[in-house]
Ligand binder design. Sequence first.
Ligand code: PLP
Length: 367
Amino acid sequence: MKPFLRPTWAEISLPTLRSNLRRLRGRLSRRTKLMFVVKGDGYGHGALSVSRLAQRTGLADWLGVSSVEEGAALRDGGLKLPILVLGSLYPFESFRAAACYDLVPTVASLESARRLAAMTRRMGRKISCHLKVETGMGRIGMSEAAALGAMEFLSGRPEVRVGGVYTHFSCAESSRLFTRAQLARFRKVLAAMQDRGMDPGLRHAANSAGMLGFPESRLDLVRPGLAAYGLCEGFDPVLTLKTKIVFIKTVKPGTPIGYGATYRAKRRTRLATLPIGYADGFSRGLSNRGEALVGGVRCPVAGVVSMDMTMIDVTRVKGARVGDEVVLIGRSGKDELSARDMARRLGTIPYEVVCGLTARVPRVVLP
Ligand SMILES: Cc1ncc(COP(=O)(O)O)c(C=O)c1O
């Protein structure tokens, strides 16, 4: 990692990730495999380091990425685990790169099955793919009829092996009824394949909320992301976002602060400036509503978050000074500001909070 001087960074705790993965593993029977979802640069944690941990410890059997580029970067980084590309591959030429990097592409349409078979024949090589079945997510995937058609078509193409069939839940954390209906639809497709003597390979459906809330959905493989990163109940957060006070001042009542002068000090106020802003992924939506922890004390954001700097009210922190560490996501003293809290404040989900941290924030991996 390049040395950094600007004191804003994210710490990625590998021991915490290991313990979350172990906890997830502990819920599975021996025959169920675990695919660790590391798309979106490992949910903003750094895909290479989290994938290496998963491989080194043997806690994941597969890795899940969203694109051929993401998978290729893992291969270039020395990852040997099987990698499923969860997105729909287009342009179809990208099947060639998937084959070269030994990635398992998703086939989400009959057309894509045909193009994959044609490409592998031309290349004179074999490839394994997983078929995606639509059961209620409404994103990518085939109807029952199309999935059976693709299976039948590929059964006559020895160069393409169907290594798995999967679907994805849209409401596993919010609707039991909807999720059960999705699982029932998926089982129906699998049964239809079985009736025709087709082997679906690995059958999978469950994301974190699916595998935790619906044990019956674990099937042959589960695909957790969120829980492994500690962003749902019962798991410990892997990422901590930190910065340091770089400037401090005491202002008189009525002093305007930041762009638009949206904040005016109500009393004599001690204000600290932090070198973090929306160009780091610290959302402007936290203007006058976010919080930071300094020495375990909650300090409200004062004024508008700008591109590179944010002010906080540190009046309640005794002896606050330049160089003091500030926690924006994570623990400080007895208190904690979680990515989930931040997401709630922003009216979004923790996925967006962590994925939104930009490349400007160095990720410091704690071994
Ligand atoms: C197809 C697929 N499977 C699994 C996951 C992992 O989901 P989660 O992070 O909720 O566990 C995702 C993430 O969005 C996904 O798109």
